[in-house]
Each structure stands twice: as C-alpha cells, then as structure tokens.
Design a protein around this ligand. Structure first.
Ligand SMILES: Nc1ncnc2c1ncn2[C@@H]1O[C@H](COP(=O)(O)OP(=O)(O)OP(=O)(O)O)[C@@H](O)[C@H]1O
Ligand SMILES: [Mg+2]
Length: 287
C-alpha cells in the first residue's frame, strides 16, 4: 500500500478511536449521573412508602380513637338519661325500679366494653389447665340451647370423641366460641335458621367449626372482620372476633372463615394440642 495512504488511514483510525474514547467517557459520566439519580429516586420512593405507612397507621389509630369515644359515649349517654329520670320524686316505685335496672344494664354494658378493651390493649398471659372438651361443649350447650330454642333456631352440636382433652385457657376459649356462636345466632333468620358447632381432631390440633345458614358476607366485610371495632350491628362493639382470633393465636392456632352472600358462613377456630408455654394474648399484632 502507498505509505501516504497508509499514514492517512492510521491518522483517521487514531482520530476515530479518540472520538470513540471521548464519547465513551461522556457516556460513562452519563451512566454515573443516571445511577445517582436512580438511587435518589429509590430513596425518595422508600421515604414516600414509609410516610404512607405511617399515615395509614395514624389514620387507623385516629379511627380507632373516634370509634372508642363513640362506643363509650352511647351507653354513658343512655345511663345518664335514665339516672336523670330518677330525680323525679313523683314517679311510681315500679317505674323507678325499671329505670334503675335500665341504668345498671347500660353501666354493665359499659363495664364489659372497657374489660374487652383492656383485654385487647395489653398482652395478657392467660392461665392454662387441661380439661375435657366435653365440659366445654356442655357449658356452651347450657348457654346456647335455650337461646336457640327461644328464637326457633335449630342448634346442633357434634359429639365430642370420648376422653378428648385440651390444654389451654378454658375461660378464654369458651369466650371465643361464645362470640362465634352469638354472631351466628344473630344473623340466622327466625324460621329455618340453623347453627352448628363441630369439632375435628388431628394429632396436632383441634378445629372447632361454627356454621350458620345466615346471609353470609360480601368480600369487603370478610376482609375487615378481625379489625378491632369493625361492626355492622348497632349494638355491636366489633371486638368479638378480634379477641377470638387473639385467643386462638395465643393457643398456637387461628381462625379461618368461609363465607359468601346468600350461602351462610363457616368459622373454623383451631388450637394446637401440643402443651406449649402459657398462652399469651397479644391482640395488637397485624393480620
Ligand atoms: N356469622 C356471621 N354472619 C354474618 N356476618 C358476621 C358473622 N359473624 C360476624 N359477622 C360480621 O362481622 C362483624 C364483626 O363481628 P364481631 O363479633 O367482631 O363484632 P360484633 O358481633 O359486631 O360485636 P361484639 O363485639 O359485640 O361481638 C359483625 O358486626 C358482622 O357484620
Ligand atoms: Mg360478635
């Protein structure tokens, strides 16, 4: 090749390489700049996410405080109203007694509400004993058979396998099942209403089933069932299921629910059969 043309080719080659190096360096600087921007954007996203989470918690706490105030105000207002009537010197004794009873009734409601809230707020260590499941069922039958009969609802209880024992807090478990049965009784219709309590046993766990043929629940209600203070009943506190789930969890189990509008509802409360440590009721944990 002609040396002059060769030199020209080398010069061109060097020029192109220099240009390439310059653009490569410019690109590299751009990549560094973009990476820094990306890191900043990620940090901002993370900050916004944390802020949204904090706002969500604050909103939930605010809602809870408002609901709490409302829950306490209603029975207090009613009790005040009744008690105010007692000041009237002209009311007959019968009426006075009835008003006094109503006042006490509202105050008792308030007391139960406060007890439930305390149970809910502090992580309570529950005592533990070993008892026959049959006794638990007998106690529930004692409460619910007359109630169901009075309301014309068919109440069925499964037969407990003979000798079946459970280790846990009997009072808390009775309370949890009582709430499930109360809820079921409240929703079934007066004619043709059916509520059943069953028990299923495996080596590791006991599963109590409370089933009703009531109206069932839409998914948005199911999603909020265990939120403290979530209720659709005028007289409800909305703490029943939150506490029941806390009790089930304190016993190494939980609560599952299957419900569809028009199909009735089934709650399954499980407890572990392994004799673990003292069950501790911590209700503030998230879902
Ligand atoms: N078996 C059921 N069928 C249909 N809806 C139910 C059933 N059980 C519970 N729910 C719904 O879940 C809500 C919350 O129940 P939860 O027991 O926690 O509170 P509550 O019964 O309203 O009040 P309380 O604190 O007095 O128990 C009820 O208000 C009701 O809307
Ligand atoms: Mg309830």
């Amino acid at each position: 090749m002609d040396p002059a043309r060769l030199a020209e080719a080398f010069r061109l080659f060097n020029q192109v390489s220099e240009e390439l190096t310059t653009s490569y360096q410019a690109l590299e600087r751009q990549v560094v700049g973009l990476t820094a921007q990306l890191a900043e954007a990620n940090a901002e996203t993370q900050r916004l996410r944390e802020e949204a989470e904090r706002n969500r918690r604050l909103t939930a706490m605010g809602e809870m405080a408002a609901q709490l105030a409302h829950q306490l105000r209603t029975p207090i207002a009613a009790a005040l109203l009744y008690a105010g009537n007692l000041e009237n010197p002209d009311i007959p004794t019968g009426t006075r007694i009835s008003i006094a009873q109503k006042t006490v009734g509202r105050l008792k409601h308030l007391e139960r509400l406060i007890q439930d809230m305390l149970l809910f707020a502090r992580g309570e260590v529950l005592g533990r004993d070993t008892f026959p499941v049959d006794d638990l069922f007998a106690e529930l039958a004692h409460t619910f058979e007359p109630l169901a009969q009075q309301r014309g609802v068919a109440f069925q209880m499964a037969k407990v396998p003979p000798g079946l024992m459970l280790t846990g807090n009997r009072k808390a478990l009775t309370g949890a099942l009582t709430n499930l049965l109360e809820n079921a009784l409240q929703v079934v219709s007066l004619s043709g209403g059916q509520v059943s309590l069953g028990v299923d046993v495996t080596e590791e766990r006991l599963a109590f089933t409370v089933k009703d043929n009531g109206p069932g629940m839409p998914p948005d209600v199911v999603a909020r069932l265990f939120e403290p203070f979530f209720t659709t009943r005028a007289e409800g506190t909305g703490l029943g299921l939150a506490i029941a789930r806390g009790v089930a969890r304190a016993h190494g189990g939980g609560i599952d629910v299957v419900s569809e509008p028009g199909q009735g509802t089934e709650f399954v409360l499980t407890v572990s059969r392994g004799a673990g440590s003292e069950p501790t009721l911590t209700l503030m944990e998230s879902s």
